[in-house]
Design a protein around this ligand. Structure first.
Ligand code: COA
Length: 259
């Protein structure tokens, strides 16, 4: 199972597929080609009996800084026809366990995709953020639906409205990750859990995952669709243009002229 994109690495060993986001010079920011490659790998893994578990991780001390903002400024789509949406669907409906090993920044979809993994291990210096409002955008990938359910409305409002950074211990406290380990140890720990899961009865594992998720499966997908529609529109907004341009120009965004 080979990735078609140099910035997404893949390898299968011991019935575990490891997908590594590999664009460290951009803190593993995700381009459309990278989303497509990850969606392809997940789709192939659904039907590959040599894969029982997937590990998702990043190289160079970063998980991912989220969507590539240059891509978005350039007008790349994020609606249902886009590679982003294809990846979201593929992970959302993936029937086998997915374990995230998080080091460094996990921003935007880098945090929200963890809601769709089955286990998440974070290093103690990992930094999480859902900066959608700060960018003139809105929550994505079902986060406005799932976060109030897993951490309560109060905390979800704080993290989504203020869009502030939070550390690994906070992520564990609000149920975004399972376990915090020392720096440099997340992938090793994920491999231990993956090896354990890969030895278990595969149908029982898949059924358990399905049962755990079926209560929110359709309503979660409806939320993902609704958010994607708004998100696509927000990418055309002057508010987003100001925020993304400010990021590129390394200055704070100025929203004072907007109503
Ligand atoms: N899209 C495009 N480029 C990005 C990026 C992104 N999401 N995240 C980082 N980069 C680029 C930076 O512009 C920088 O480029 P440069 O070397 O040409 O200046 C390079 O990657 C390294 O990032 P830098 O900001 O210097 O690293 P840092 O360790 O100080 O901070 C982050 C890391 C992730 C906290 C910070 O880069 C960041 O906030 N990125 C934007 C995250 C974001 O808003 N994502 C979109 C969510 S929808």
């Amino acid at each position: 199972m080979q990735s078609q994109c140099a910035e997404i690495r893949s390898q299968v060993s011991g019935r575990v597929l490891e997908i590594t986001i590999n664009r460290p010079e951009r803190k593993n920011a995700l381009t459309m080609a990278m989303y497509s490659a990850m969606a392809d790998l997940l789709d192939a893994a659904v039907v590959d009996s040599e894969v029982r578990v997937v590990i998702l991780t990043g190289s160079g001390g970063a998980f991912t800084s989220g969507n590539d903002l240059t891509d978005f400024l350039g007008g790349s789509a994020s609606g249902e026809e886009s590679p982003v949406f294809r990846f979201m669907q593929a992970l959302y409906r993936f029937p086998k366990p997915v374990i995230a090993a998080v080091a460094g920044p996990a921003v935007g979809i880098g945090t929200t995709l963890l809601l769709h993994c089955d286990l998440s291990i974070a290093e103690d210096d990992a930094v999480f953020q859902m900066p959608f409002v700060n960018l003139g955008l809105c929550p994505e990938y079902g986060s406005s639906f799932l976060l109030p359910r897993i951490m309560g409305h109060t905390k979800a409002s704080e993290l989504l409205l203020l869009g502030k950074k939070f550390d690994a211990q906070t992520a564990a406290d609000v149920n975004i990750c399972n376990e915090v380990v020392y720096s440099g140890e997340a992938l090793d720990r994920a491999r231990v859990y993956a090896a354990e899961l890969a030895q278990k009865a595969p149908e029982a594992v898949r059924l358990t995952k399905k049962l755990l998720r079926q209560g929110t499966l359709e309503s979660g997908m409806a939320a993902i669709r609704e958010e994607a529609g708004h998100f696509k529109a927000r990418l055309q907004s002057d508010e987003f243009r100001e925020a993304a341009t400010a990021f590129m120009e390394k200055r704070p965004a100025d929203f004072s002229r907007f109503d």
